[in-house]
Design a protein around this ligand. Structure first.
Ligand SMILES: N[C@@H](CCC(=O)N[C@@H](CS)C(=O)NCC(=O)O)C(=O)O
Length: 292
């Protein structure tokens, strides 16, 4: 193993604003807002403030799935929050999510607006509000929520651990990459074994567990995350995860949900804000006019 750069932690940690990492300009050791900024409000009952990262996609896929089922109350305005520019620290956003992270949802359908933050809480809130994608039978519900919470607890090892040290850290540290590659491969094996005998994550039906896990681990095996990490992690070995990801990808709601609030990649796949179902049609026309 190569020796990591020697570092002796001081007695008390202090904030080095120039630490140089990719997220150095937005990472802060303190909570709260940095500036006054109200959030825009559109005409639909649900107002989403987000960005098409895997955590953001969970909610837009869920909303598009609800609309596909005919739940008109799931109509939403999706506003872009540019986290690279620090928009998550505006006072309005902090009012919806005191943790300053996308996604954040305001339900304005009732007499008093209801705020919901944390993607797992948003998925559960929407599933309960519309009675969809979360089984009501106790055993099936427990299985679905177990996998949802599995995702919430596991993904930080994939994104904040493996993804950060493999792709973004200014120096490549073998110890850190090894530790998190090992954990992520173990997580992929957990999913692979579950999907060997189950069509969907929580059993025979498509649920919020699939919607939460797909953007993270489906995206990983599909090669959408962290450079060449799919090769590095031998993603091709996880055949049942690949089968499941290939099964979910053609769902129209998954395709639409992945486009909303997207600001990178193929321009025709980027719908920076979503206010009407017809917003996707313009994008489809763009794609037909400029096929990739
Ligand atoms: N546990 C949270 C994590 C949300 C999260 O980490 N969001 C990231 C983007 S994927 C973010 O907003 N980062 C901005 C920042 O850390 O300042 C959830 O699932 O909603």
């Amino acid at each position: 193993m190569t020796e990591p750069t020697a570092y002796t932690p001081p007695k008390v940690w202090t904030w080095d604003k120039e630490s140089g990492g990719r997220f150095a300009s937005i990472n802060r050791p303190i909570a709260g807002s940095t500036h006054e900024k109200e959030l825009p409000v559109g005409r639909h009952p649900l107002q989403l403030y987000s960005l098409a990262t895997p955590n953001g996609q969970k909610v837009t896929i869920m909303l598009e799935e609800l609309l596909a089922l005919g739940h008109k109350g799931a109509e939403y305005d999706a506003w872009l929050i540019k986290i690279g520019d620090g928009e998550q620290f505006g006072s309005g956003f902090v009012g919806v999510n005191p943790n300053s992270k996308i996604p954040a949802l305001m339900d304005r359908s009732g007499a008093k607006p209801i705020r919901v933050f944390e993607s797992g809480a948003i998925l559960t809130y929407l599933a309960e509000k519309f009675g969809a994608f979360l089984p009501t039978e106790p055993a099936a519900r427990a299985e679905c929520l177990s996998w949802l919470f599995w995702q919430m607890g596991s993904a930080p090892y994939l994104g904040g651990g493996f993804g950060h040290f493999y792709q973004y850290a200014p120096t490549k540290i073998e110890y850190a990459i090894d530790r998190f590659a090992m954990e992520v491969k173990r997580q992929l094996d957990v999913l692979n074994r579950q999907l060997a005998t189950n069509e969907y994550i929580a059993g025979g039906s498509y649920t919020i567990a699939d919607i939460a896990i797909f953007p993270w681990y489906g995206g990983l095996v599909k090669g959408w995350q962290y450079g060449d990490s799919a090769t590095f992690l031998s993603a091709n070995e996880y055949k049942h995860v690949l089968r499941w990801a290939a099964q979910l990808l053609p769902r129209p709601a998954v395709k639409r949900g992945r486009m909303v609030n997207r600001v990178s990649g193929e321009p025709a796949m980027q719908l920076h804000e979503r206010h009407e179902a017809s917003d996707f049609e313009t994008k489809t026309q763009d794609k037909m006019a400029n096929p990739a």
